[in-house]
Design a protein around this ligand. Structure first.
Ligand code: MOS
Length: 768
């Protein structure tokens, strides 16, 4: 019996027809509210294969590109011999720096919307080799298999030069970052006298930690399908977190008018930051399609997913001192991170340490070491995942030095106001996170002493940590059209990387106009839609969600105006006194009600359209520090003989403003906790510095947490409503899920075994 027989005989052609449609909710949700828990409306499309990813879009006469990467870490290409590849029937071309079509060469054109200071990498630009894994040729053939085979026949000779890939070996030439990157603030100037206080303190800790390189490894590989239309219009399906960012770069690099390029990303199979910048396969596929005037697809392999951005390796030293009551008297946090020779990639690593707790004496320092490496790129709470880790492990150590419970130490240093900028928080329910998280976890039953509980072969330990992330808002536009048949279509060039964007935006619109979910379509993932930011920084709900609500409010007001002027009884009803439900506009008192359909048709039209531009209220926002908080509690079981750590229980209590959809928000935090477990115990890309190259570039050797690694995860949201961050009251949820998790695990391992592990990942060799 063939267990796959069913699969072979299933006719999937029906499903494929809908591939390009935006997902829509099943019938029967009824009226929904902000706060209603709803499952993802794209779920069925994804699990049935109906959702098409970047490398799955068909095109007539499609050509397949296969990337040839160099092994050398630095040098010059002296020759590329593609004759054996070109001799094969079906191989169409081999593009290299020598024969590629003319492209713009200025950095300016290659800079995408999230590029840091410096010179972006330009594939097939010249003969220079900047890093191991650099793409040096693109083989284009009539089939994928042929392209792959031919790629192995291309001979690339490189005259190598000495390379430097080890950050720690070259730390003596670190430099201060120069960067204008959005969302990055350099460390604030020192305040007080942190060093003097630390020197004099009797209760103090001095910790060092190192975090290795990590790679994003989303399920979907980076890929671009460039479809050349009859009129020369390019439709590009790209794996990206921002269709307009990709469109912006290719139209500039190739000198194409914006209207001649459409980038689409209706479905994205995860990204974790790897799609914040266009990756090189987009430029290669576009280059080939323009050159050959034929549609081209380039998909990277899992191994090639290790040949562009990564989370940088980071070394940190945290020194803390406290008085006899456990009040912090000194915080010194220094970090060193790698970047490429070409760009100063930066992330906020140390700043959180001047913000999370109250302390008068703070010195923060962040420096970079430039290496022969591709530029790092944001990954899952960039900076915070490791910066807060180092701080929170040091806080745990200080709690033992001060003879206090770790949670009590944090409460004694609670910051009601941000001391770095001397500003209030917009909202901050971290105290409630501590209280409710501790209660749910049973923290009060924790024995004080490490090594006090053993069950079978394992030591059991409990640890906790604080998490924080910025609550950001960008700018965005949205367009909403209410049709007379009761269908509402809302659009913005947003992205859904698996986070629930389709669902939540649909919900916000449906709630505003009192429509069931199935009558609302939210269109995203297309560069021709109204402007939206790249999906990143956990800011899509605060930004795009606010624009969606704004557009829907304009429609609400138009409907209300029409009712006042044309419907009996409504003349004196104020806007504040109407509500929308079951496809009707109702006055809250007096039982007045009118169907939306009637109002839409009043002027002989069959639709009402509204556009909204969401601009953050910077004047108001800058008077506050805006952040999301969490308290993470966890239980580990450690087998000292095997060096294994099992994370059996995690409670994450999150304060992230108003929660739009508790189902998708909870999934976001669960996902974040899983990545925290992964960061703590598994993830690291190891280099062979003699070769200057990442060695474990596949999922067999680069480990991520799988189901067997994950115990019980309990997520709770504490009440918050933040109208300073967004009109919805939401602050954004996603990245907060990972922050603090690895520290809580490290602290629990100490509690279990008495062994202090600060560096990640805490693999068995370190645990034993
Ligand atoms: Mo996220 S690292 O902002 O995609």
């Amino acid at each position: 019996d063939d267990p796959l027989a069913d699969l072979h005989t299933t006719d999937l052609s029906d499903l494929a027809i809908e591939a390009d449609q935006q997902p829509r909710a099943d019938v029967g949700t009824g009226t929904v509210q902000i706060g209603t828990g709803l499952s993802r409306i794209d779920a069925l499309a994804k699990v049935t294969g109906r959702a098409r990813y970047a490398a799955e879009h068909p095109a007539d006469d499609l050509l397949y590109g296969w990337v040839v990467n160099t092994a050398a870490a630095r040098g010059r290409i002296t020759s590329i011999d593609a004759s054996r590849a070109l001799a094969l029937t079906g191989v169409v071309d081999v593009l290299t720096h020598e024969n590629r079509p003319k492209m713009r060469s200025l950095d300016l054109f290659y800079k995408d919307m999230t590029a840091p200071a410096g010179s972006p990498f330009k594939p097939l630009h010249d003969d220079e080799v900047h890093y191991s894994g650099q793409p040096v040729a693109l083989v284009v053939a009539r089939s994928l298999e042929l392209a792959r085979h031919a790629a192995r026949l291309v001979q690339v000779r490189v005259e190598t030069q000495p390379h430097e890939t080890s950050m720690l070996a070259h730390r003596d030439r670190s430099h201060e970052p120069k960067s204008l990157k959005a969302g990055y603030s350099p460390p604030p100037k020192p305040r007080g006298a942190a060093d003097a206080h630390w020197e004099d303190a009797s209760i103090r800790v001095d910790t060092e930690s190192y975090a290795g390189v990590e790679h994003h490894n989303p399920m979907e590989m980076h890929a671009s399908t460039v479809i050349v239309g009859k009129d020369g219009h390019l439709t590009v399906y790209d794996k990206t977190q921002g269709s307009q960012n990709s469109r912006w770069v290719i139209s500039r690099v190739f000198g194409l008018p914006a209207r001649k390029v459409t980038v689409r990303n209706p479905f994205v199979g995860g990204a974790f930051g790897s799609g914040l910048r266009p990756q090189y396969q987009l430029l290669l596929a576009t280059m080939a399609a323009l050159h050959l005037k034929q549609s081209v697809r380039v998909m990277l392999t899992r191994q090639q997913m290790f040949t562009f951005g990564h989370r940088p390796e980071t070394w940190q030293r945290v020194r803390l001192a406290s008085d006899g009551e456990g009040r912090l008297t000194s915080v010194i946090h220094e970090a060193l991170a790698e970047t490429s020779r070409k760009e100063d990639y930066v992330e906020v690593v140390v700043n959180w340490s001047g913000q999370l707790y109250h302390c008068e004496n703070v010195r923060l320092d962040y420096r970079l070491v430039a290496l022969d490496q591709y530029s790092p790129i944001d990954m899952r709470a960039p900076g915070a995942a490791h910066g807060v880790h180092a701080l929170e492990v040091a806080m745990d150590e200080l709690s033992y030095a001060a003879g206090l419970d770790p949670l009590e130490l944090r409460l004694r240093n609670y910051a009601d106001r941000d001391s770095a900028q001397d500003l209030p928080f917009s909202t901050k329910a971290l105290r409630e996170c501590y209280a409710q998280g501790a209660e749910r976890f049973g923290w009060s039953r924790r024995p004080r002493q490490p090594r006090s509980r053993r069950e079978g072969d394992e030591w059991v330990g409990w640890g906790m940590a604080t998490g924080t992330w910025d609550a950001m808002q960008m700018f965005a536009r949205a367009r909403a059209v209410l049709h007379a048949n009761g269908q509402l279509v809302v659009e913005s060039a947003a992205t859904d990387i698996g986070t629930g964007t389709y669902t939540v935006m649909t919900q916000i619109a449906a709630a505003a106009l009192g429509l069931p979910m199935e009558q609302v379509t939210f269109r995203l993932g297309d560069s021709t839609l109204p402007v939206a930011p790249i999906e990143g920084g956990s800011s899509h709900v605060t930004t795009v969600g606010s624009a969606v609500e704004g557009a829907c409010e304009k429609i609400q007001r138009e409907l209300w105006k029409r009712a006042r002027h044309h419907v009996d009884g409504f003349a004196k009803v104020k806007f504040e006194d109407v509500e929308f439900s079951n496809g009707h506009l109702n006055a809250r008192t007096g039982g007045l009600s009118v169907p939306l359909e009637q109002l839409v048709r009043l002027k002989g039209e069959d639709q009402i359209e509204a556009k909204y531009l969401l601009l953050p209220n910077l004047l108001k926002q800058k008077k506050y520090v805006r952040a999301v908080h969490s308290a993470v509690f966890c239980e580990v079981r450690v087998d000292e003989e095997l060096g294994t750590v099992r994370v059996t229980r995690v409670v994450s209590a999150v304060a992230a403003g108003r929660i739009i959809n508790p189902v998708t928000a909870r999934s976001q935090v669960i996902g974040g906790v899983v990545w925290g477990i992964s960061q703590a115990l598994l993830e690291e890309t190891l280099s062979d510095h003699a070769l200057g190259r990442f060695m474990n570039h596949n999922l067999g050797e680069y480990h991520v947490a799988v189901n067997a690694d994950v115990g019980e995860i309990d997520v709770l949201f504490v009440e918050e409503d933040d109208r300073i961050v967004s009109r919805l009251g939401a602050k954004g949820v996603g990245e907060i899920g990972i922050v603090g998790v690895a520290a809580a695990i490290s602290n629990a391992i100490f509690h279990a075994t008495g062994r202090r592990l600060r560096s990640t990942p805490m693999t068995p060799d370190k645990v034993m």
